[in-house]
Ligand binder design. Structure first.
Ligand code: SF4
Length: 86
């Protein structure tokens, strides 16, 4: 996967979009450890989204918070950023 971002929308709830900034990602694997159904590392050791619905919102927030370089961004239904807080 040779893309700068990996993005996926969610159908319900407060968190409606997940974006992984693959330019920032350092392959620390924290997001995969917290939410392995949602994130995986590709052959370049960069995270991408497998299934945006595979974890609840609390787990998604934890995975974004676990990223040492804040490469995981969470948005609400109005495309307003939820995490990291501005
Ligand atoms: S926690 Fe952050 S740096 Fe680590 S793999 Fe996930 S997105 Fe990349």
């Amino acid at each position: 996967m040779n893309k700068k971002t990996s993005e996926a929308k969610r159908k319900n709830g407060k968190i409606r979009k997940i974006v992984v900034d693959r330019m920032k990602c350092i392959g620390a694997n924290a997001c995969v450890a917290v939410a392995p159904g949602v994130f995986q590392l590709d052959y370049e050791n960069l995270a991408y989204i497998v299934d945006p619905e595979a974890a609840d919102e609390e787990t998604l927030l934890m995975s974004a918070q676990s990223c040492p370089v804040l490469a995981i961004l969470l948005y609400d239904e109005n495309n307003k950023i939820i995490f990291p807080e501005e």
